[in-house]
Design a protein around this ligand. Structure first.
Ligand SMILES: *[C@@H]1O[C@H](CO)[C@@H](O)[C@H](O)[C@H]1NC(C)=O
Ligand SMILES: *[C@@H]1O[C@H](CO)[C@@H](O)[C@H](O)[C@H]1NC(C)=O
Ligand SMILES: *[C@@H]1O[C@H](CO)[C@@H](O)[C@H](O)[C@H]1NC(C)=O
Ligand SMILES: *[C@@H]1O[C@H](CO)[C@@H](O)[C@H](O)[C@H]1NC(C)=O
Length: 556
């Protein structure tokens, strides 16, 4: 008895030591692993797949390589959560097991069918390396964790043929399906013909037999392959999300495509029309049009996907943030890729653009805080925000300009915000220096700059990585976006989620987003600092500052 107790104690001691070792690995050897963004314990991750809520449990599947830190051997890994922040891992949900997915199980989406039954459509790679669309359904609907998935005999559901002439190398990523008034389901799949990106549409009465529609839902010349399309309604009044099948008054529709040439997620707002057997999406005149100005996020954010959270009436957006390092570095650290914090997404009051904001559940992880209001920030000054863990933080800051007399003129030739941010630096801008070293050898500057244009002001947001790391071979890209706010009437606000190697920023209360991946060499963990700065000649007022340390989320 005594012996076995001793034995048990020794085991406990060993496991304690192991826990400590693994934590110190996290901190010392893995300075770039994130603490509250979703990532698996190791290996490669890319697109978020099939997000949904089922029996009160949030599901996230993701493209995963079980064998290494580079892309390959792709399966659907699976985690679930009750709050979108803390996650529990489950066995691989969808892996090559039938002819039509034997060479890979690529991206796809979940649809909640009648009586609340989930179904997944995903792209399989068949023995001829053709891209086809398959169906998977839960084995046990009583299991809220949906651990096991089965694939009906009749797969694939949609495939390239002689008749349809679909390019078998450019046919992937089915969306969440929606139910038309005629009782038929509709789904779109990404495709291209020549350089024309297309959203091919298929219809089905039973979710098993699918017929291609004569016309794509939408297509656009010169955009190349569309990956991970997404199509959903948004309410024209308020921030609530609506079910994907909803049509009618008070709604507009959003079409998003992940533009493979350039790797950005771009959207258009418009109307979804269904008449005489034809479904079409008509973008609004003047709406953003799947170009580089209409990105969800002007930094790193790709292959995103939304789902309707019926429990809270929100539409929630997931997106993949890739590494900026090379494969050798990723293999050495043993992992690659993270998911952005899930964002609530809705139509702005203007009706012209979408707005995104981190889900409110993230606020549960806030602990130590620094709150102040009405602080003058002198021209040319830097102010340390101390009292929070600067490597793991959530910062909200709003500015008011004391005068508009000395505002910089906008050169009318400057139309590309990223180019302005890259060429001109901070100019008279003000904002935050995050993941900064004490002597400012390293920092990532996230800031706003106000310009005077003809009859109006233009607000620019930049996220500048040129000084993010003393490592010379790391990415030095500077990102930029215009923020549609009027600085005379509205707050000039920034929110930044900092997580070791992620700087995820929201300007104008979510009207412009920029996510950066940074790999500092000094500003790591306890060495990281956080500052507010004003590079202008006049004072600006910090009308509100709220900075919080963020606790580790339970993720693996
Ligand atoms: C289905 O799931 C429920 C809930 O987890 C479980 O109690 C039941 O045993 C499962 N049924 C089968 C056949 O596995
Ligand atoms: C089909 O798509 C592949 C992959 O993008 C491309 O290389 C090929 O040229 C396309 N084929 C045709 C006939 O357009
Ligand atoms: C991933 O990051 C690299 C380096 O920043 C970039 O060149 C590449 O386009 C990215 N890939 C995707 C799919 O976003
Ligand atoms: C502020 O402006 C100066 C000179 O114009 C520039 O050298 C500096 O890099 C700017 N600060 C930031 C944070 O970009």
């Amino acid at each position: 008895m005594a012996l076995s107790l001793n034995y048990w104690l020794i085991i406990c001691l060993i496991s304690l030591v192991q826990i400590q070792v693994s934590q110190s690995i996290h901190r010392d050897d893995q300075p770039y692993r994130t603490a509250y963004h979703f990532q698996p314990p190791k290996n490669w991750m890319n697109d978020p797949n099939g997000p949904m809520i089922y029996k009160g449990i949030y599901h996230l599947f993701y493209q995963y390589n079980p064998k290494g830190a580079v892309w390959g051997n792709i399966v659907w890994a699976h985690s679930t959560s009750k709050d979108l922040i803390n996650w529990s891992p489950h066995p691989i949900a969808i892996y090559p097991s039938i002819q039509s997915d034997i060479n890979g199980c690529w991206s796809g989406s979940a649809t909640i069918l009648s009586k609340g039954k989930p179904a997944i459509l995903y792209t399989g790679i068949n023995p001829q390396n053709q891209q086809v669309q398959n169906l998977a359904i839960p084995k046990n609907l009583s299991d809220p964790y949906l651990i096991e998935w089965i694939k009906p005999q009749s797969n694939p559901m949609m495939a390239p043929t002689e008749q349809n002439q679909i390019n078998a190398s450019s046919f992937r990523d089915p969306t969440t399906a929606w139910l038309g008034r005629d009782g038929r389901w509709r789904v779109i799949v990404g495709n291209k013909i020549g350089r024309r990106g297309r959203a091919l549409m298929f219809r089905s009465k039973d979710f098993v037999h699918w017929t291609e529609a004569k016309h794509p839902l939408y297509s656009l010349r010169g955009t190349g392959m569309w990956e991970c399309p997404d199509f959903f309604p948004v309410s024209t009044s308020g921030e609530d999300g609506v079910d994907t099948s909803k049509v009618g008054k008070g709604l507009k529709h959003v079409l998003k495509a992940s533009i493979n040439d350039g790797f950005f997620d771009s959207y258009a707002i418009g109307t979804y029309k269904y008449n005489l057997g034809k479904d079409v999406f008509v973008p609004e005149k003047g709406s953003l049009r799947l170009d580089s100005q209409s990105k969800y996020d002007h930094g790193k954010f790709y292959a995103s996907k939304t789902f309707f959270d019926s429990s809270t009436k929100r539409r929630i957006l997931w997106g993949w943030i890739n590494e900026s390092t090379d494969a050798a570095t990723d293999i050495k650290k043993g992992w690659s890729g993270v998911q952005a914090i899930p964002r609530k997404i809705w139509l702005d009051k203007s009706g012209n653009q979408l707005v995104q904001w981190p889900v409110k559940e993230i606020e549960k992880l806030r602990k130590g805080q620094v709150i102040s209001s009405n602080t003058e920030l002198k021209g040319g000054s830097v102010l340390e925000i101390s009292g929070v863990t600067a490597s793991q933080a959530d910062v909200e800051i709003s500015f008011e300009m004391s005068t508009f007399k000395n505002v910089e003129e906008l050169d009318p030739r400057w139309s590309d915000p990223q180019a302005i941010c890259s060429k001109n630096g901070a100019g008279k801008g003000f904002g935050l220096l995050v993941l900064a070293s004490k002597k400012l050898e390293e920092y990532t500057a996230v800031y706003l700059r106000v310009f005077r244009a003809k009859n109006r002001y233009v607000v620019l947001m930049c996220s500048d990585q040129s000084r993010s790391s003393l490592h010379l071979d790391y990415d030095k890209t500077t990102y930029g976006a215009f923020v549609d706010v009027n600085p005379v009437k509205e707050k000039l606000s920034l929110r930044t989620l900092i997580d070791h190697s992620i700087v995820e920023s929201f300007g104008g209360e979510g009207k412009a987003c920029i996510t950066a991946r940074v790999y500092p060499s000094i500003a790591i963990d306890g060495e990281a600092r956080l500052y507010a700065f004003n590079n202008g000649t006049h004072n600006v007022k910090i009308s509100k500052l709220a900075a919080y340390s963020i606790k580790d989320a339970r993720i693996s």
